[in-house]
Design a protein around this ligand. Structure first.
Ligand SMILES: CC(C)(COP(=O)(O)OP(=O)(O)OC[C@H]1O[C@@H](n2cnc3c(N)ncnc32)[C@H](O)[C@@H]1OP(=O)(O)O)[C@@H](O)C(=O)NCCC(=O)NCCS
Length: 158
């Protein structure tokens, strides 16, 4: 059994560590499903700080921490849109995203939401399928002038 992580709310001083985790997760994990050009557009060397701050200010954000290190984070909007979901490249397949997802789903259920949705990367689609999401449509999104495939997925809460 891997050691247990704990969940806690996001604090503004987490931002730098979250950006490093995001960069590495995309460059080292998503690179299995995307081209080098696509991962460079998705996770540029220099993060767009303003965009991060804006997104996080409007969303609920939960951090997974293990031995004082951030090993994952998840964010969602009050509309039921799951936005960020990233797990440290060295801590994949240890149930961290599942724990983050459970926190998101229970917070959104508590608000009375009946439908959760996301735009899942190719890398994350098996994870969301496992959580009971279905693909609504496959699409391409443009990031910094590069097209990346992903899928709109949804889960109806009963
Ligand atoms: C997708 C991601 C968040 C999953 O995180 P994780 O902590 O490894 O996921 P979990 O350990 O909770 O996985 C739970 C289950 O989901 C499924 N799953 C997760 N990753 C999978 C993969 N790569 N392939 C197939 N199934 C997978 C499995 O059923 C898994 O259970 P198992 O390990 O017992 O087989 C992680 O791979 C990640 O950070 N990917 C890169 C960033 C990304 O694409 N984020 C989403 C942006 S939309």
């Amino acid at each position: 059994m891997p050691p247990a992580h704990k969940l806690r709310p996001y604090q503004p001083q987490d931002l730098g560590e979250m950006q490093r985790l995001y960069f590495q997760a995309i460059r080292l994990v998503c690179v299995r499903n995307y081209t080098p050009e696509q991962v460079e557009a998705w996770a540029p060397e220099k993060p767009d700080l303003e965009r991060w701050r804006q997104k996080l200010a409007g969303e609920e954000v939960v951090i997974a921490e293990l031995a004082g290190e951030i090993v994952g984070f998840c964010s969602w909007a009050a509309t039921g849109f799951l936005d960020f979901l990233y797990v440290h490249h060295a801590h994949q397949r240890q149930g961290i995203a599942s724990a983050l997802y459970r926190a998101a789903e229970s917070a959104l259920r508590a608000k009375g939401l009946k439908r959760l949705h996301t735009e899942a990367s190719l890398t994350a689609q098996p994870f969301f399928a496992r959580q009971g999401f279905r693909i609504v449509k496959h699409q391409f999104v443009q990031i910094r002038g590069v097209e990346l495939p992903n899928a709109v997925m949804e889960k109806l809460l009963v």
